[in-house]
Design a protein. Structure first.
Length: 553
């Protein structure tokens, strides 16, 4: 009897899951695309993708060098708080739009849907390339940060007798890219199940540091509350207010790639609720945990910020840990941070490859006919995965030009992604008609427009800031080359669009799915006009009948 009941429960659960998948496939079809992936990501696992890419502690470790000289402890605590507050507005707006139209190429799909007919093709092209460039740059910066952390561990293990060269670190960077390419070539089920481990490890190491750091830190490195919350250190020469603003690069880069659930949406069950849940929760949880970590650092890092930045270890957070935990304790903790950042890279490549696949599916990329192919064995876009690996490798070559060029990768991916986030939200604010009224299960209601306006204003402000140099009157080695790198990539993408005869202007029609959806909506309206008098028969509206016919087909 127990076996029979268990079997019945399993059967009911299976039927419920199949019904949810069928509903997702039907809704994707209404957006103009057929189902090509296996839907094996749960809501929690979709959150895991975004949360693991954010990777709060390893990300802070990679970008602490931008915050400490531009405000010290005050920048860590209050700069993080300010940025987390405004980033939530972006997450809320993207969650609302993701609930309404969850597709792998969502950002440029939204742009096409909300833009005026005259400019929608060009605007969606710009957003698609900005999103792709930003994600590839994000992968390069994550793996470069991981390579630096690996070398920092080697330096600590050798009692600072080993000083890695840029070329040695670059070799580790290449090895990381290749290993991530192998992982992301696996099947969807494997990639989905890995997210549970990623979530657990990221949360545990954050909580462990928040608890253990105050306990282990010697008295000479402890700070009082007045210094931790109000101490200001300015080492780069900008006026204090502007230096504080420049420290935003650290939290903004950390809480950045939360569009990733959107790119995995065609592999998720109950996508219309899972996508906003994953985007909003990843922003909120990362903001809270990150603030707790920065408060712990501010209280337990000592007051000599200059020595933290110039320590032979070559990694500011590793230096703070070394002062508190000693050599053995730091190596043990650092190993988990490296593992967490390695997981960031695999999740980042996962999301990036799906964006590239979606953009190629609509024919917008060179070699689109290859990049949009799904491997018949793994049911994943393996060609797109390795295209992303190659793109990140080429972008990573910039690190060989020096620190200024490597820092440009971090700033460039912020600028590119904020352009990709900001344009569709701005188009949504300005849109009129039925597209503006399309809503999903998650909706902000009357707060939708005010939240979107704040989000766009914040992204516009931040995009300008990240392109400024770190010091006033910079030399060639101190310049911020992010604008040059990003500008060059945009120039090439626009050249490809406007190139005479063969450019995208002459053949790119926008997201194929959006065009199909518009055609279906037009047909549905015509049927409504012809059969509106039959709505009172109890057979449902004409739109419902058209959808029924489409489902049967």
């Amino acid at each position: 009897m127990i076996t029979k009941r268990a079997s019945t429960a399993d059967s009911n659960s299976s039927e419920t899951g199949n019904a949810a998948i069928n509903a997702d496939e039907a809704f994707l079809a209404s957006l103009g695309y057929k189902q090509e992936f296996r839907r094996q990501f749960s809501k929690f696992e979709l959150f895991g993708v975004a949360f693991s890419i954010i990777g709060v502690l390893p990300s802070i470790a990679s970008v602490l060098v931008f915050a400490l000289p531009n405000g010290g402890p005050a920048a860590l605590v209050w700069g993080w708080a300010v940025c987390s507050f405004f980033i939530m507005f972006i997450g809320l707006s993207m969650g609302e739009l993701g609930s309404a139209m969850p597709t792998s190429g969502g950002l440029y799909y939204w742009t096409f849907s909300f833009s005026s007919p005259r400019y929608r093709k060009l605007m969606s092209w710009i957003v698609g390339y900005a999103n792709s460039i930003g994600l590839i740059g994000g992968l390069a910066s994550i793996d470069w940060g991981c390579a630096v952390q690996v070398m920092a561990a080697a330096s600590i293990g050798s009692d600072m007798t080993f000083a890695p060269t840029v070329h040695q670190t670059f070799g580790v960077f290449v090895a990381l890219l290749i290993s991530h390419g192998v992982i992301c070539s696996l099947g969807t089920r494997v990639l989905a199940r890995l997210q549970n481990f990623y979530i657990l490890l990221n949360v545990l190491i954050c909580v462990a540091v928040i608890i253990a750091l105050p306990i282990a830190t010697p008295k000479e490195f402890k700070n009082d509350a007045s210094y931790a919350f109000g101490g200001f250190v300015n080492l780069n020469g900008w006026p204090n207010g502007y230096a504080f603003i420049l420290s935003f690069l650290a939290p903004v880069w950390t809480i950045l790639a939360f569009d990733s659930p959107l790119h995995i949406s065609e592999e998720a069950t109950n996508a219309r609720t899972a996508v906003p849940f994953a985007i909003i929760c990843s922003c909120f949880v990362a903001g809270v945990l990150g603030w707790g970590l920065n408060v712990a650092f501010a209280f337990n890092m000592g007051k000599d910020v200059d020595s933290i930045l110039s320590n032979p270890i070559g990694q500011p957070l590793a230096t703070i840990f070394f002062n508190s935990f000693g050599r053995t304790g730091t190596l043990a903790l650092w190993a988990f941070i490296v593992i967490a950042q390695f997981m960031m890279g695999s999740s980042a490549l996962l999301a990036t490859s799906r964006q590239l696949f979606a953009f190629a599916r609509d024919g917008a990329l060179p070699l689109s006919s290859y990049l949009r192919r799904i491997n018949p064995y793994t049911q994943t876009p393996v060609a797109a995965v390795w295209f992303c690996v190659c793109g990140s490798f080429l972008l990573g070559l910039l690190v060989l030009a020096g620190d200024a060029a490597s820092n440009a990768i971090f700033a460039m991916c912020i600028g590119a992604l904020y352009i990709a986030f900001g344009i569709p939200i701005a188009c949504y604010i300005l849109a009129k008609g039925t597209e503006r009224e399309r809503k999903g299960p998650f909706s902000l209601g009357r707060f939708s427009t005010p939240v979107a306006i704040v989000a766009v204003a914040w992204m516009t402000f931040t995009t300008v800031i990240v392109f400024f140099p770190s010091v006033p009157g910079p030399s060639a080695s101190e310049m911020n080359y992010a604008a040059v790198v990003l500008g060059g990539m945009f120039f090439l993408s626009l050249l490809y669009y406007f190139f005479p005869v063969h450019g995208g202007k002459y053949w790119f029609q926008g997201p194929i799915g959006a065009l199909r959806a518009m055609e279906d909506e037009k047909e549905a309206k015509e049927v409504d006009e012809n059969f509106s008098d039959k709505d009172s028969t109890g057979k449902g509206s004409a739109e419902d009948r058209v959808r029924d016919v489409q489902d049967e087909e």
